[in-house]
Design a binder for this molecule. Structure first.
Ligand code: DOR
Length: 439
């Protein structure tokens, strides 16, 4: 399909920017939404009968690890972006722990070039902080922000003490996103619990206190310099309570579906597949995180899609790697929660699209209105279907949510006015675009 293709989506339940629904039609042309009305007529290249289906802005997933370059045996930008399309994710922001690390302009350019060739959805990339690359952090373009691993990472990407963190917070203005875990505490507890191979120990080694310590430090530095801070995958009740008390308006936070919906009981069922950083927590943490999300203390949702092969995951703890995939299941997981009364569809869409576009300054995304980009997902909220391993498109080929019976599965996903996914099929010739970031 050419880029000036015109789509007419008819009779959909359309989520409008104010959170109301309109049963009506949407016309897209040249990659943009051009009309939204109860009834539209006229020619279109393709008319989609969306009777009974719900039209939402495409999901923007602001934290994924897509493994290319260097770790393509786990995932690559093509397979990951196909998984995105199937999951209704029309844009993603990807992390710098690839090989080589994304810590220079050249590495960022390489990723952008690869993505332009391979990605069926839109893409943006973080630049990773090291103790030595401050000049790069100040200059590279285009990037959604600086990623700092305060813990849970080895090698050059680890920036784990205040003396090294402070200059990064002090210089420049761009968004800093932190993986907040206290590496010194983790190292000490690793020694204390050495020899234990039950993966459930992971949540005790990298405990709530380790997360809280690092979040407190990031918050302190952000306040000292009034520096734009984003706290990635908030996982504990203590951090949520801290932010409820003390969250400057230049700070945002996210939570993953797995930290809302899974807890330490998952280790018994799925073993090391439940191992991630920061780790799964208690049912109490689940509850407090939900409440913080509903109350606006937590701003939005990210998957932290971090695939590893089943063979890698089959190694005995602690040799098993941390991380789980998520882009294919996040929207149906959250919409199922909405259909079960835990929140509204409009809240889910805000957390998974609108609020993300606003926080990262991504223009023309996150709403269904004339002038916005035609990144859309049409979902079916009336039928339930289980997560099944054989249907997954992620190269790693598994999900921690296998067997979960979910509704809200995407029927059609549209990127830049082009259908990229329709009823099980990916249109592999579609290409996304590089995202831009304001301010
Ligand atoms: O569990 C995780 N795995 N958390 C991270 O932050 C990194 C990720 C990975 O890249 O595997």
């Amino acid at each position: 399909m050419s880029s000036d293709v015109c789509l007419l989506i008819r009779h959909a339940h359309i989520l409008l920017p104010g959170g109301e629904f309109l049963v009506g039609d949407v016309r897209t042309r040249g990659g943009e939404i051009v009309e939204v009305a109860p009834e539209l007529s006229g020619e279109a290249d393709r008319e989609i009968d969306a009777t009974g289906l719900t039209l939402l802005p495409g999901v923007i997933d602001p934290q994924v690890h897509f493994r290319e370059p260097g770790l393509e045996h786990k995932e690559d930008l093509f397979t990951a972006s196909c998984a995105c399309a199937k999951g209704g994710v029309t844009s993603f922001l990807e992390m710098p722990n690839t090989r080589p690390l994304t810590i220079t302009q050249a590495a960022l350019d390489d990723k952008l070039q690869r993505a332009a060739q391979k990605c069926v959805v839109n893409y943006g990339f973080f630049i990773g902080a090291t103790p030595e690359n401050l000049p790069d952090l100040l200059q590279v373009q285009p990037t959604c922000g600086i990623k700092i691993f305060m813990g849970s990472m080895h090698g050059a990407l680890l920036v784990d003490c205040e003396e090294l963190l402070e200059p990064i917070f002090a210089r420049g203005r761009r968004l800093i996103a932190v993986h907040a875990e206290d590496q010194a505490r983790i190292n000490q507890r690793r020694q204390e619990f050495a020899g234990i191979t039950d993966p459930a120990i992971h949540s005790q080694i990298q405990d709530n206190q380790a997360a809280l310590n690092a979040t407190q430090l990031a918050l302190k530095l952000s306040k000292k310099y009034q520096r734009r801070l984003h706290i990635l995958h908030l996982s504990t009740a203590e951090e949520a309570e801290l932010l409820r008390e003390d969250k400057p308006n230049w700070v945002t936070a996210e939570v993953t579906p797995q930290h809302l919906l899974l807890n330490t009981s998952a280790y018994e069922k799925i073993g090391t597949l439940a191992q991630m950083n920061p780790p799964l927590r208690s049912p109490h943490d689940n509850e407090v995180l939900w409440q913080a999300l509903v109350d606006g203390v937590i701003d939005f949702i990210a998957t932290d899609h971090a695939p590893h092969t089943l063979a890698e995951k089959a190694q005995t703890y602690p040799n098993s790697p941390s991380g789980m995939p998520g882009v294919e299941t996040s929207l149906p997981l959250m919409l199922t929660q909405a259909m079960q009364g835990r929140c509204t569809i409009a809240q889910v869409s805000n957390w998974m699209s609108t609020a993300v576009a606003q926080a990262y300054g991504i223009p023309k995304k996150g709403a269904i209105a004339p002038g916005f980009d035609a990144d859309l997902v049409l979902v079916d909220l009336d039928n339930y279907h289980p997560v099944q391993r054989e249907e997954l498109l992620t190269k790693c080929g598994w999900s921690p949510f296998e067997g979960w019976n979910l509704t809200g599965w995407p029927i059609i996903t549209i990127v830049g006015g082009k259908i990229v996914y329709e009823k099980g099929q990916i249109y592999t010739e579609v290409r996304g675009q590089a995202l831009t970031f304001e301010g």
